[in-house]
Design a protein around this ligand. Sequence first.
Ligand code: SF4
Length: 365
Amino acid sequence: MEMFSEATLTRDSLTAVIGIAEKFKLERGRKPVFMEVCGSHTMALARTGIKNRLKEHVCLIAGPGCPVCVTDQKSIDAMIQLSEGADRILCTFGDMMRVPGSKFSLMKAKTEGKDIRVVYSPIDSVKIAEENPNKEVIFLGIGFETTIPILALAVQEAMKKDLKNYSIWMTTKLVEPVLRALLDSGEVHLDGFLLPGHVSVVLGKQTYHYLVEDYAISGVITGFEPVQLLSGIYKLIELQLNKKVDILNDYTYVVKEEGNLVAQQLMEEYLMPYDEAWRGMGSIPDSGLVLKEKYAQFDAKKRYKVACEEPRKTKCRCGEIIRGLITPEECSLFKKGCTPLNPIGPCMVSTEGTCAAHYQYMWEE
Ligand code: SF4
């Protein structure tokens, strides 16, 4: 039996995508335009060279899929205020440490002596609360549907342990409301979405029916390997050329039609919709989840009063990057004032941010 290496498959897939994209260009007089809404896809498309290699044939735009990038500046300011108390321990994911708030970042607050700890999972923050019964432990709960069930699990764990000193500052994000807001805005014109593999594991293929029914736009759920990404792009172009609108699951070995029912039940049990603020997009109705009233004791927003000012306007254009309106090179600070070592905005801070991906893999002198 003939064996094909990954490199051979990738090269052949690339040739196939370029071929079908050229057909599209011939028929429509322009390149096909697709958006990915997952930070891991953004990084994978840049790191593998696919985005660079396809740039003459397919326009790939990064959308609001990086959880760090879409977190509102006010949440950082709130956490910095919360860190003021001597009896407090703040916990967060590593990427959030360097995201600038109005005045400074959580990293700066930590260097000034505040007890701010990086954890890999919300469950680790529950353990810290258990080990520090005389301190209030607050976790900054960011993330999309991939992370949200784990936040619910953390609350379940804190209840089991009867912890009175644990709470979560919920600033979670949901995919459907932001895609609807983006499409309703009419700001971007797309031929389809590369749909997020991880989120789809939780929500299932069935969650995306609104794209077809309400917006007549296609999507392909795809994985993160070069061949998977190229296959997703190929299928999106093929749907266009065949004048079909559909949602395809190209990541079937992990994404099921109905998703992960256990994770969905956890979210249903502990959380309810909430008008969440998004960086660069403002408040979007029911676009986040917060703890239900019966779990209010674990809701940091209910336990602590913080007053944050409206963020000051800066030259950082992350808001437009997140909405897919500009490329990083169109920001005057890109690689001048703003680099991965000295990031001005979250799109450069995050390991999955569009500006960071562009800086590392796409920028040519
Ligand atoms: Fe913001 Fe820096 Fe990106 Fe400009 S290059 S949009 S300042 S993160």
